[in-house]
Design a protein around this ligand. Structure first.
Ligand code: SF4
Length: 378
C-alpha cells in the first residue's frame, strides 16, 4: 500500500434536494454552516496530529454541494487543511461544484485557496430533464459557470453525467454527450440513474408514476457512450469514468485500488490502518461532537475482506488487476487464491487474462456485479 493518503471532506449542504438523491446532504440549513465548518476544522486538526506528517496526495471536497458555502468558510477549511496536513506539492486538490452556486468571485476564490480540479454535477443537457431531476440549475447556468472556470485558469475539469433518466431518449443522451464533449472537459463521469429507497423518485416509481427506461436502453446508452467518448479522445479507465490522457482522477483511483483514505465530516467514510469506519449521519450529533470522535461504526478489515475488496474494486478499472500488485499486496499469487474463479469467468467470456493480469471483458462490464460476487471467498 502506498504511504501517501487521500483526504475526503464532506460538506452536507445543498440549495435544494434533488429528487433522486440519498446522499447525506440537507437543504435549508444555512444557519448551521458556520458551526459545521468549525466542527470539521476541529476534526481536521485532530487527524492532522494523528497523521503526524504523513504525505497527503489527494484532497477532495465533496457533498452535498461544497460551493454553497460562502467563501470565508471555504477559506477557513482549506487553510486548516494546509496547516494540519502535509499536502504534497503535486497533490490533486478537487472540489465538487454544482452549477448555479458559482460566480466569478467564488471561482477566483477557489483558485486562490489551492483548488486546481473542479468536478461539476451537470447530469443532462436538456432543461426538462434537469427540472425533473430537481436540479437547481439550467444548462445555460452550467455553461456560464463552466466558462468562468476556464477563464479563471482551471485546466482540469470533470463533468458528471447521468443516463437512463425517466423518459430520456437515446437522442437526448447523444445530444448530452455531443454538447459536453464540444466543451472538452478533461474528465467525464457517466453513471446510470439508480433509484434509491426513501427518495421522491423511488416513491413515484413505486406508485407507477415514473416512466423509467428499459434495461436494454440503459445498456445501449452505456455502450454508445463508451464508443463515442473513445472517438473523442477519452480513455475509459473505469466502468463509469473517462479521461483525456494524464487526467485520470487520483481521488477515484485511491478507492478502486483499495488504498488508504480518511473521510472527515458528516457520514464520511474512511479506510485507514486496516479499519473501515464512518462518521455519524446525524447532523446534530456531529455538531455536538465539535471535532471529537464522531465515528458511528467501525469494522476491522479481515485478511479475507481485504482480498475480496481488492478484487472487486480493482476490477472496476479497465486496466484490471496486475498479478504483480496482488503479489506485492498479499505476498501470494492471485491464481493461488482465485485460480478456479478466473478460469470459470474466462470460459464464460466475462474476464480476460493478459501477461500482466486480469480485467473485465465488455460482457463482464455489463454484468459486473455478478462477476464481483464470484470473488467472495465464502
Ligand atoms: S446536488 Fe448532489 S448532493 Fe445535493 S441533493 Fe443534488 S445530487 Fe444530492
Amino acid at each position: 500500500m502506498s504511504d501517501a493518503i487521500g483526504i475526503y471532506l464532506h460538506i452536507p449542504f445543498c440549495r435544494q434536494k434533488c429528487r433522486y438523491c440519498d446522499f447525506p446532504s440537507y437543504a435549508g440549513m444555512e444557519a448551521k454552516q458556520e458551526a459545521y465548518v468549525t466542527a470539521l476544522t476541529e476534526e481536521i486538526k485532530r487527524y492532522g496530529k494523528e497523521l503526524d506528517g504523513q504525505e497527503v496526495h489527494s484532497v477532495f471536497l465533496g457533498g452535498g454541494t461544497p460551493t454553497v458555502l460562502p467563501l470565508p468558510l471555504l477559506e477557513r477549511l482549506m487553510a486548516a487543511v494546509f496547516d494540519c496536513f502535509s499536502v504534497s506539492a503535486d497533490a490533486e486538490i478537487t472540489t465538487e461544484a454544482n452549477p448555479g452556486t458559482l460566480d466569478r468571485e467564488k471561482v477566483r476564490g477557489l483558485r486562490n485557496m489551492g483548488f486546481h480540479r473542479i468536478s461539476m454535477g451537470v447530469q443532462a443537457w436538456q432543461n426538462r430533464h434537469l427540472q425533473k431531476l430537481g436540479r437547481i440549475h439550467t444548462i445555460e447556468e452550467f455553461l456560464e459557470n463552466y466558462h468562468a472556470l476556464r477563464e479563471a485558469g482551471f485546466s482540469n475539469l470533470n463533468v458528471d453525467l447521468m443516463f437512463a433518466l425517466p423518459e430520456q431518449t437515446m437522442a437526448d443522451w447523444q445530444e448530452t454527450l455531443e454538447k459536453i464533449t464540444e466543451l472538452e472537459p478533461e474528465h467525464i463521469s457517466a453513471y446510470s440513474l439508480i433509484l434509491e429507497e426513501g427518495t421522491p423518485f423511488y416513491e413515484e416509481w413505486q406508485k407507477g408514476r415514473l416512466p423509467m427506461v428499459s434495461e436494454e436502453l440503459d445498456r445501449e446508452m452505456y455502450r454508445w457512450a463508451v464508443e463515442f467518448l473513445a472517438k473523442k479522445g477519452y480513455e475509459q479507465y473505469e466502468i463509469s469514468n473517462f479521461a483525456k490522457a494524464g487526467y485520470q482522477s487520483r481521488h477515484n483511483r485511491i478507492y478502486w485500488q483499495a488504498e488508504e483514505y480518511l473521510g472527515l465530516g458528516l457520514g464520511a467514510h474512511s479506510y485507514w490502518r486496516g479499519v473501515r469506519f464512518h462518521n455519524t449521519y446525524d447532523l446534530q450529533a456531529y455538531l455536538a461532537k465539535a471535532g471529537k470522535d464522531a465515528v458511528a461504526e467501525r469494522e476491522t478489515v479481515t485478511p479475507q475482506d481485504a482480498l475480496e475488496e481488492f478484487m472487486f474494486l480493482g476490477l472496476r478499472l479497465t486496466e484490471g488487476i496486475s498479478f504483480r500488485r496482488f503479489r506485492e499486496r498479499f505476498g501470494k499469487e492471485m491464481k493461488g487464491v482465485y485460480g478456479e474463479q478466473i478460469k470459470r469467468l474466462k470460459t464464460e467470456g466475462l474476464l480476460e487474462e493478459t501477461e500482466r493480469g486480469i480485467r473485465l471483458s465488455g460482457r463482464g462490464i455489463d454484468v459486473s456485479n455478478l462477476v464481483f460476487q464470484e470473488f467472495l471467498l465464502d
